[in-house]
Design a protein. Sequence first.
Length: 353
Amino acid sequence: VRGHSTKYFTLTFFCTRKKMDVLTSLYQNDWLQGVVSFCLLVFASWCVGEGGEILGEKYDASIIGGLFIAWLNTAPETIFFISALESQNPQFAVGAVSGSTIVVSTVALGACHWIGSRARNSNTFQLQPPVKRQCLILLMSSTFPLLLTYFGFNLILGLIGALYYFCFLVYSLTSNQGISDKTDDIEKQLEEVPIRKGIGLLVLGGVLIFIFSKPFITSVVNIAAMYQVNAVLLAFFLAPVASEMPEILESISLSRKGNSQNLNIAFSNLIGGTITKTTLLCGILCWYGVAKGFPWVSPEYTVSLSLLALCAIIASSIGYFFHNQTQWHGVVLFCCFTVCGLLQYYFNAHPII
């Protein structure tokens, strides 16, 4: 009997230990960790966007409130970006800011052109003067990442980028010529959303971003090392989906309505977010590069930031110089994304040594 009991307890202990090993391996699995953290980051970005929109309806009229809401709209990608730099993964940060900028300025804006123009009888739409000025500001800001590719990490460039972004915010909030969504006034009156819901969504989204940014970055870097792929390449394709998907889907939803007001709002949101990347995020990259002593990796960093600037220049030029926006402008932007994706793969398919 004692022999059977010993065998039973030994077998039970072995099975329990085996289950623990399986759970541990699942937790340590980079693919599982990456997928779970990726999904939670998408949800967190949606929470921050929804919370910012709710509070924006209440407080966006004041300058201080407007600055706060404008920061909330860029919070997910900024926190995500800084987390990569803090975890000593500048290659992921460069790929993320490059991918986010290129996806927004080509795929998202291209979708707005294609869907919005086809939803109208005239098959064209015009951008309002405030949005055209945003396009001009983006066009001017595109010189900053180009200077970064020439000078490398530079503290003065970082300060100029942050100052340019701050001036853009102040100008946008004090010009008093913004775009108001008059078509949705009735819906807003019919449905009053409690402020506490907006605050709750912001807190939940912020906490999730803080918790799961680092696991996602770590898993992507480990997978890149496992398959001998450059982390810049994976970040280029994955980071935009994690941080930008809710904003892109919202802009596409506005474009489907087909009226000029909603199209201008969608366009303005995407252009404003792109300005954040070409100025503030590139400025933060400069500061961390100098403070942490990150080496400048060429041609990976040079190619990524050059493509970032090129797509921003093309998108802003279409918006500023063309009176009528058509579906063919969307086709041009889609082609730009295809070319940039191929170039990123060509230059970044190999791991950084």
